[in-house]
Design a protein around this ligand. Structure first.
Ligand SMILES: Nc1ncnc2c1ncn2[C@@H]1O[C@H](COP(=O)(O)OP(=O)(O)O)[C@@H](O)[C@H]1O
Ligand SMILES: CC(=O)N[C@@H](CCC(=O)OP(=O)(O)O)C(=O)O
Length: 248
């Protein structure tokens, strides 16, 4: 069966992509693997929100998004970040296509908790036939946005978006690329992390801020059948491998 790899590239990680990243993508494509990239862009959304004097507020790593922040989010993700990433893929001779949630009902969502987060959602439905067809020929690049069934746009945390898309695609691997080499405890990268240990570290706030939704998203994907989930800053290094069973 064809293997599908879903990679989430965080907003911070996009600027740090190096030859290892593009070489690994090339090797996977040459080996017949399908690759889908979900890009973040949180830091740039924050930067533009500040420039436009809009409020910047996150609860549990999720951006509180009113209509004005939603407009900035769409503009930044689809107008700045996605073209930037596609240009880098093209410059490295990798065939890729960038799409948004409204392309043939690609990513359908519903609100998460409107009174708390505003126009923030989770992905509930993915146009799998379209994605599968496109993934045969090229790398697919997606922004973390969704549209409701009635056409309203929603801002989606990129880790949660990647995990849900990986689950729906029955992906063999989910890689969450960030600006740290893995989940850290006492200054060291943990090579493996299981859910009971993760809950403990979340409770003690050793895992916090942006790492918290990342960990939760990755375990959700594993529980929904994704074979492997990694958190790393380099595709050449496994970083932290998340496992559903105890390894220590
Ligand atoms: N235990 C932890 N190990 C590693 N990073 C952690 C941990 N707890 C919190 N973090 C923070 O999580 C950040 C990664 O999340 P985030 O900034 O949202 O990245 P991204 O933009 O890639 O999604 C790290 O830079 C670090 O500051
Ligand atoms: C709802 C929500 O929080 N959406 C995120 C989407 C971008 C994102 O997740 O980007 P990073 O992975 O670079 O943080 C946001 O507005 O920041």
């Amino acid at each position: 069966m064809t293997q599908t790899i879903v990679i989430k590239v965080g907003g911070n990680a996009i600027n740090e992509l190096d030859a290892n990243f593009f070489n690994q993508l090339r090797q996977w494509r040459e080996a017949g693997k399908q690759i889908l990239i979900v890009h973040g862009g949180g830091p740039i959304i924050t930067e533009w929100s500040k420039k436009l004097h809009l409020s910047v507020k996150k609860i549990n790593g999720i951006r509180v998004t009113d209509q004005a922040v939603l407009a900035v989010t769409k503009a930044v993700l689809l107008g700045l970040i996605q073209p930037q990433l596609l240009s880098k893929l093209s410059a490295n001779n990798l065939l890729a296509i960038g799409l948004n949630a409204s392309d043939q009902h690609l990513l359908v969502g519903e609100t998460l908790n409107q009174s708390l987060y505003g126009e923030v959602g989770k992905i509930t439905q993915v146009n799998l036939p379209l994605l599968r067809q496109l993934l045969q020929k090229q790398i697919v690049v997606l922004a973390p946005l969704a549209q409701t069934k009635t056409g309203d746009w929603l801002n989606v945390n990129a880790d949660l978006a990647a995990a849900e898309i990986a689950s729906q695609l029955n992906a063999t691997k989910l890689v969450l690329m960030t600006d740290v080499p893995g989940v850290m405890t006492k200054g060291q990268v943990m090579s493996h992390l299981n859910w009971p240990k993760a809950q403990q570290l979340l409770g003690k706030r050793i895992i916090k801020t942006g790492m918290a939704p990342k960990i939760k998203a990755a375990f959700q994907a594993l529980n929904k059948g994704v074979a492997q989930a990694l958190i790393t800053d380099d595709l050449a290094h496994a970083g932290t491998t998340l496992t559903t069973v105890a390894t220590d």
